[in-house]
Design a protein around this ligand. Structure first.
Ligand code: EPZ
Length: 417
């Protein structure tokens, strides 16, 4: 089961260095399959989702070696076009490898990734974009085969600014014949990072990070190296931890410019925030005040990945508040476990409402997914007495070592060895 134990109730103090970004690293690793040579990634987070993508790349024929945060991917030869089922179902975002495989070798076989506890995870927008570029899909009982002799540039209008579908379209268009115009793109920082990486390997992409991306297909990409940017969601998680538990911390390398809406909320709730090129300093010693009604949204709104951690601060703040989840239809499930600690969260549809002023009590709770699991750890920091969060493996998908990081902020935290 793997558990994390926390003795809560004391403010946090210290400094922590923010790891590389999971959601920037994964699409860039997929992009390395487009390169008939070696791609070197630095500051790659040592998390299980990165390990899963390494296994996927090895399954299709790439050679992958890791030394800490340095990843060397040699995709000179792609010899296999089937994405193994256990990886696709374990990590839904592996579907972005499909676009790269189609661009590189003209065919790919994979399964529908299916839904998960945070909600439905359809891939209709991915498939629609790849079809526009000329991919032909056949389906047999949940197994998809996609083929394209040569992808051709097209005009793609996404029905929703899906991060993964935007990434898949860009990856497939990079080597396509002609120019591709993609509209209603996701504008998350990870899209800009992917486009910048691809341009550094010889692609010709404009508009990364905006709603309209233009990709001029090129015949081939070349070897390059890339430093993965810091993880805005990990930084936001720890910032919310200090906001909720109180204290003061320095978050080294935290990308403040990518967290503007979250910093606004933290200030409204009583935190003192100072941001500079080196990172973010956050302090909350006064009362935790309710910010009123909040909602998640596409970038640059409050990110859905910080919704569950925010619930921990909101439920304790003085005054009523609400948090509406606009992205995933199952992402408020963590409220049930938080309520076992006394959070007093009422969930109605996609909206969580809190009367505020809750005192959390240490309990044994179970993580069911990545960000909800992190939120339960934050709740343990705030709760009186001991808490134990089971299923640590979910948290390790996105946090290199949440115990190490929170210990460096002075938390009384340990885990099953
Ligand atoms: C990415 O997931 C992130 N994952 C998620 O982070 C993040 O929560 C999400 O973007 C939103 O920001 C990675 O980058 C690896 P979407 P993705 O496609 O691409 C619907 C974390 O905790 N949709 O933008 O899967 C979908 O159901 C993870 O680090 C379709 O309807 O997100 C959802 O409601 C969790 N059809 C909405 O769009 C599609 O074909 C947003 O999904 C695709 C998506």
């Amino acid at each position: 089961m793997g558990w994390i134990q926390i003795r809560g109730g004391t403010p946090l103090r210290g400094e922590v260095s923010i790891q590389g970004s999971k959601n920037a690293a994964l699409p860039i690793m997929a992009a390395s399959a487009l390169v008939p040579g070696v791609t070197v990634l630095m500051n790659c987070p040592e998390i299980s989702d990165v390990s899963c993508m390494c296994e996927l790349l090895k399954c299709v024929g790439a050679k992958v070696s890791r030394e800490g945060g340095r990843l060397v991917i040699d995709a000179s030869r792609i010899s296999q076009h089937r994405l193994p089922e256990e990886h696709v179902t374990r990590m839904r975002s592996s579907v972005i490898l499909a676009g790269a495989m189609l661009g590189r070798c003209g065919e790919v076989f994979f399964q529908y990734p299916g839904g998960c506890v945070i909600g439905d995870r359809p891939i209709d927008l991915h498939l629609a974009a790849l079809k526009k570029l000329g991919a032909v899909f056949t389906e047999d009982g949940g197994h998809l085969a996609a083929r394209a002799s040569r992808l051709e540039g097209a005009r793609i209008v996404l029905d929703f600014p899906s991060v993964g579908a935007t990434e898949n379209a860009v990856l497939a268009a990079a080597l396509a014949k002609g120019t591709t115009e993609i509209y209603r793109c996701a504008a998350e920082p990870e899209i800009s990072a992917l486009c910048d990486f691809l341009n550094g390997a010889g692609a010709r992409i404009r508009g990364g990070g905006t709603a309209h991306i233009t990709v001029e297909g090129v015949p081939r990409l070349h070897e390059s190296q890339w430093r993965v940017e810091p993880d805005r969601i990990v930084a936001g998680t720890y910032l919310i931890g200090v906001l909720a538990a109180g204290g003061s911390a320095r978050l080294l390398r935290a990308p403040a410019r990518q967290l503007t809406e979250v910093l606004k909320v933290a200030r409204r709730m009583g935190a003192e925030i100072a941001a500079d090129r080196e990172g973010i300093s956050v302090e909350r010693t006064g009362k935790l005040q309710s910010p009123g009604a909040l909602e998640t949204g596409v970038y640059p709104a409050i990110p859905t990945d910080l919704q569950s951690p925010l619930l921990v601060a909101l439920c304790q703040a003085q005054g009523k508040s609400s948090l509406t989840e606009r992205i995933f239809n199952g992402r408020l499930a963590v409220a049930e476990e938080l309520n076992r600690m006394g959070a007093g969260i009422e969930v109605e549809g996609n909206c969580a409402r809190m009367a505020g002023g809750s005192f959390l009590t240490g309990s044994s709770v179970t993580a069911r997914e990545l960000r909800g699991g992190a939120a339960l750890v934050l709740a343990g920091l705030c709760a009186g007495g001991y808490s134990r969060v089971y299923n640590r493996r979910f948290i390790d998908r996105g946090y290199e070592d949440i115990v190490r990081d929170l210990k460096s902020l002075g938390a009384d935290i340990g885990s099953e060895t």
